[in-house]
Ligand binder design. Structure first.
Ligand code: AMP
Ligand code: MG
Length: 297
């Protein structure tokens, strides 16, 4: 998945604990093999290679994740859009490669989740236009973390954390005290906010994860589908939810939506909280986390 995977758990049987950690890593790698755009034989790559020609049949698992992705596109008025990759694949942040202006404009026209045709009867995927591509980087880590948490819960684990990149989910507490998770300073290594948490999912998206700078512009990995360029209003978004898949998709979405629209969305969703750092470094909280004005010192 091009990211660090981390798990910690308690189990009274050390051998069983070791086995469960191995199971977590195996599950992560299974999903990587299915959904990586960098593995040419992954199901996702097969879609990108052929879905402009004819419908491509995919397994239930990927199909249903694509349906979930589409439902987040509907919820976010297209801020979350897996077809962002029509443009996104032209960037290589490590090598500082970006599309030409002409390529950028052409590719931007191809970004539209409604052009990703899902046929549930046939379990097929087709693109409305050639040149379209998809990438699940905004939701697959959350999905993988949820799967791992589920397998640990089934094994009776009561205290655990599973992390993939910026996505973490917790089972229970840290044995009698909360887990402490930090939100990184978007322009430094230290944590700016520490949160005591238990039994919850948390996801942070930041413009510092994959980026390069050229002529004073930061080109980073979260693309605003409407504008066809990196989203610039905020620099870090953190979303809390029951499930990692929601936290992951929504952290990416809120990053694109910015402070006003992002908070409006989060405040309208039950059980979802957000902490947003805008480009000036100001921190914004969703209504459930913010202190009422009267109580502010
Ligand atoms: P995250 O790691 O959750 O912050 O999500 C960022 C990743 O989501 C990027 O590396 C891309 O793979 C993908 N992505 C970028 N822009 C979008 C978008 N507008 N909608 C859905 N996924 C996106
Ligand atoms: Mg995300």
């Amino acid at each position: 998945m091009g990211t660090r995977v981390y798990a910690q758990l308690w189990h009274e049987d050390a051998a069983k604990a070791e086995q469960l950690l191995q199971d977590v890593m195996t599950e992560m790698e299974r999903i990587n093999q299915l959904m990586s755009p960098h593995i040419s034989q992954s199901e996702l790559s097969l879609i990108n290679q052929s879905a402009h020609n004819a419908p491509v049949k995919v397994g239930m698992e990927l199909f249903s994740l694509l349906q979930t992705a589409q439902s987040f596109s509907d919820k976010t008025a297209g801020a979350f859009d897996v077809t962002y990759a029509s443009l996104g694949y032209r960037f290589d942040y490590r090598k500082k490669i970006k599309p030409t202006e002409q390529q950028r404009q052409q590719a931007t026209q191809l970004i539209d989740y409604r052009g990703l045709k899902l046929n549930p009867d046939q379990s097929t995927v087709q693109f409305a236009q050639s040149g379209m591509r998809i990438d699940l980087g905004g939701i697959a880590k959350g999905y993988a973390v949820d799967n791992c948490i589920l397998l640990l819960q089934k094994a009776g684990v009561q205290h655990a954390i599973v992390t993939a990149g910026g996505d973490s989910r917790l089972i229970g507490d840290h044995r009698g005290r909360p887990w402490m998770l930090g939100i990184r300073h978007p322009r430094g290594d230290q944590h700016v906010i520490s949160l005591p948490l238990e039994s919850i999912a948390i996801s942070t998206s930041g413009d510092y994860e994959r980026y390069f700078e050229e002529d004073g512009v930061r080109y980073h990995h979260i693309i605003d589908p409407a504008k066809g360029r990196s989203a610039r209003e905020v620099i870090s978004t953190t979303v809390l939810a029951d499930r990692s898949i929601e936290a992951d998709a929504l952290s990416t979405s809120v990053f694109v939506l910015g402070v006003a629209k992002g908070l409006q969305l989060v405040n309208s969703l039950a059980g979802i909280s957000a902490i947003i750092i805008d480009k000036r470094g100001k921190v914004h909280y969703s209504d459930d986390l913010s202190v009422p004005a009267m109580q502010k010192p």
